[in-house]
Design a protein around this ligand. Sequence first.
Ligand SMILES: NC(=O)c1ccc[n+]([C@@H]2O[C@H](COP(=O)([O-])OP(=O)(O)OC[C@H]3O[C@@H](n4cnc5c(N)ncnc54)[C@H](O)[C@@H]3O)[C@@H](O)[C@H]2O)c1
Length: 385
Amino acid sequence: MAGGDSDLHEIAIVGTGYVADLYMRSLQSFPEIRVAAAFDIDAERLRAFCTYWRVPAANSLDELLDARYRAVSLILNLTNPESHHQVSMRCLQAGKHVYSEKPLALDMDAAYALHALAKKQDLLLASAPCSLLGETAQTLWLALRENRIGKPHLVYAELDDGYVAQAPYRHWQSESGAPWPYRNEFSIGCTLEHAGYYLTWLIAMFGPVQKVIAASANLLQDKIGDGSRTAPDFSCATLFFASNVVARLTCSIIAPHNHKILVVGEKGSLEVGECWDNNAAVRLRRRYAIRRKLVNSPIAKRVRIIGPTQQKVRRRGAAAMNFALGPAELLAASAEHRQPRLNSHLALHLNEITLAIQNAEDISGVSIMQTGCPPIEPMPWARAG
Ligand SMILES: NC(=O)c1ccc[n+]([C@@H]2O[C@H](COP(=O)([O-])OP(=O)(O)OC[C@H]3O[C@@H](n4cnc5c(N)ncnc54)[C@H](O)[C@@H]3O)[C@@H](O)[C@H]2O)c1
């Protein structure tokens, strides 16, 4: 996509809060993508964001979608989850491709409506997260395709974020000064906020989920200390894939930080320590029978992709996640007239699984998934070294 002005892609942002700054920093790794305008219903927040990043501010969503910004093909919907459906609908109706922050929608009727409208309008619709397109996920996936652990059977994936209610979160601020939206984060809950980070990997690597057996609980009822309602702060799901793989996925904002994934196969296991770090190591352990003992190799071998991979952001650890990989994939797919790896089927399937886990508290029992997802292609650079 790099090159002259004809290769320049114009996009716009709706919702200029905490996460929008992470997108702006990440977009710097894609000089061919330009943010032509931004809009937020909070005028002061919009002004602070646009001043900091030198982005033109639109006065309304209608203005952002009108002829003035004709060259904008893709809208990033970075609003709060309660606004995702309404904002994405408006953007699709206006003929724009949409990349929405997660979740796509807060109920399946709204998610189906978005999916149907995108199809009718022949537009691209995707939802975050996009870490599947990063080096770590692609390396893990390549190791599986190369049969390094033989047939995969079982996955343990953890998304524990620590006892957040006791963290000094009232002091957390984004680069341009947006406060961490704790009320919204606690009312939406860690499952809707985080399950997708591993669910997208699992769906890409093992295919669609057929059945979800989950439980969720709100262990710390009064997190904010003023009696306001909050969502489940713990969930645990067993996911049954059509490919016969079974995964246990845990989300919490109670247990200490742990973002590990372990994939166990017939010859050994693969491990990653952090799904928010696009550079996290993928480690392979083989299994041996030595005399009368079964031993998992104490020495893990790092699996690597040799050669250039994804565009990197200059941050370390969990902040080394490039939020712009998803929007860039949509723009590339549109230019190449192909389905993006992050497509509307994946977004819908991800939404259904996530809601089944989030709402398990009330449903309790088995949820049979009604949606699916066609096979997803790995990134072209994800080849053996
Ligand atoms: N906070 C994080 O670390 C983080 C990380 C990854 C993803 N996300 C996701 O990003 C999304 C936004 O989260 P955030 O942390 O930036 O929240 P935020 O509250 O800081 O920002 C959201 C912004 O959207 C604006 N907004 C709401 N409804 C709108 C509408 N109808 N039209 C225009 N603007 C509207 C709000 O005024 C606010 O400024 C959420 O879906 C969240 O799950 C957040």
